[in-house]
Write a new protein. Structure first.
Length: 481
């Protein structure tokens, strides 16, 4: 498949083509390749090669498809037919029922554990807090995945690719969710042995418990996530281990499907805004790619705006994009400004610090891909405090959805953008709830138990201590009657 040497996004506008019906028997892997995203490089690699960076320039890689040959449907509504065939594991999966939109693997290679059974739910409790009109704010709840987070969408794609290339051992660095997801795929399928690298003291116990319970070899590196990722990349290269972090372009293909399910839940009508927490920036990168491809295929007529929300203590993207105006710029990103930022960060000894451990990352590996997604989606970036994050998390809980702290960043960011007038009260806004509330129960209990301590626990549901006496218990309950 010929790939132009200079590609600004994910490929040129598509030519008119004959639409081929959806097939479950076509070997789709012949239609994919991996391509360096640097427009001055554009080096191409086979889809069955194991690469996490361009061998020529060191740039990030994309999975690119020859859409003129891929048998995609004429309408997104065609995918709805697969709901009637849910005994087929591929059609049951909330990732692989959209397999024509990530056609890098033949169906017989797919590794699935029933991921993607998630819901999009209106939540007026959160909507009132943000400042939206009734029925206009939605929560995309990814905590219903088998491992309790959005990572399973990408891990099914990575595990599938690992199977395609014959990998026996896989590894990742993690703040918790990635390790849990990789471990559950390994333990339920038996296809891989798993090593996970976590930073000491930088992982929520609910997440660490999963990696341990699912049998992964867990190495606690005496460093933070950024250092752990650097080490695991070196280890994987040295020992020929399959790397499952989001620098792996195949993993991001699975994460595109979160947006397909959002569209499906909205009767295929794009919302006005997608608001997502920003950590390693895999989700935002995947979402931008998903919408760009759908528009180019003529399957949607407009692209939602994207808002990526950093924690104040882990705000690399915000500082570069909003303050220093480092943008994708049609592929001409000012890489020297990024290098200078990191050099200064190292000189000052700045480390990421936030209670939202899932986004506690200083060097997001998908930074440049995210810049591209922000251009395609006319996006914005904001930073919010830990207090705002925890208050947003509490509102999600009050609305019936427990979530990990990082998910509260999306709500806090939506509130900030509404207060600024960037988001209108009539807009349709989707906040991505990245993980289940039991991922970090300590943060939840601490928030609610600390009511009255300054501004902390502003929406706390503080437990009431009462003597073990029937009359006193009844008297207390009557206060709430």
């Amino acid at each position: 498949m010929a790939v132009p040497p200079k590609q600004l996004c994910w490929g040129p506008a598509l030519n008119a083509r004959e639409v081929t019906p959806i097939s479950t028997k076509t070997d789709l892997s012949q239609f994919a390749c991996q391509v360096c995203i640097d427009p001055d490089c554009g080096q191409q690699y086979a889809v069955d090669e194991v690469r996490v960076a361009c061998a020529t320039c060191g740039g990030l890689l994309d999975v690119r498809y020859d859409w003129d040959r891929v048998p995609v449907p004429a309408s997104l509504r065609d995918f709805e037919a697969r709901w009637s065939n849910r005994r087929n594991p591929l059609d049951f999966s909330g990732v692989w029922r959209f397999r024509e939109l990530l056609p890098f693997a033949p169906p017989e290679a797919v590794v699935t554990i029933g991921e993607g059974q998630t819901i999009l739910q209106t939540c007026d409790t959160v909507g009132r807090y943000v400042g939206m009109r009734p029925g206009q704010l939605f929560l995309q709840y990814e905590g219903l995945n088998p491992s309790g987070s959005f990572k399973d969408n990408g891990m099914t794609a990575a595990a599938t690719h690992a199977r395609m290339v014959g990998a026996k051992v896989a590894a990742c660095a993690s703040t918790g969710n990635t390790s849990a997801s990789l471990a559950i795929f390994a333990s339920t399928t038996g296809l891989l042995r798993v090593v996970v690298f976590v930073g000491s003291g930088k992982i929520a116990f609910g997440k660490l418990a999963q990696a341990l319970d699912y049998g992964a070899l867990t190495l606690q590196i005496q460093a933070d996530f950024d250092d752990a990722l650097a080490r695991v990349r070196e280890v994987c290269e040295r020992l020929n281990i399959y790397l499952c972090n989001s620098v792996n372009p195949l993993r991001l293909e699975g994460q595109k499907t979160i947006m397909y399910r959002v569209l499906e839940s909205l009767a295929w009508e794009p919302p006005d805004w997608i608001v997502v927490p920003g950590g390693n920036l895999g989700n935002s990168s995947a979402f931008g790619k998903a919408f760009y491809e759908l528009e180019q295929l003529g399957l949607i007529d407009r692209i939602p705006r994207l808002a990526v929300i950093n924690a104040e203590g882990s705000n690399t993207l915000y500082r570069l994009y909003e303050q220093q105006k480092v943008h994708w710029n049609d592929g001409r990103t000012d890489s020297s400004a990024i290098d200078e930022f990191y050099t200064q960060m190292d000189a000052e000894g700045r480390r990421a610090a936030t209670l939202a451990t899932a986004i506690q990352i200083n060097r997001p590996v998908n930074l440049v891909k995210c810049l591209r997604a922000l251009q395609v989606c006319n996006g914005v970036v904001r930073e919010v405090s830990d207090q705002e994050i925890l208050d947003g998390k509490a509102q999600v809980g009050a609305g019936g959805f427990g979530c990990e702290p990082a998910s509260g960043a999306a709500v806090a960011g939506a509130k900030r953008l509404r207060e600024e007038g960037v988001i209108a009260p009539s807009d349709r806004v989707v906040c991505i709830v990245t993980g289940h509330g039991l991922k970090d129960p300590n943060a939840t209990v601490a928030y609610h138990a600390d009511a009255g301590a300054g501004d902390s626990g502003r929406f706390a549901n503080r437990p009431i201590v009462v003597e073990n006496d029937l009359e006193r218990i009844i008297a207390m309950l009557r206060k709430f009657a």
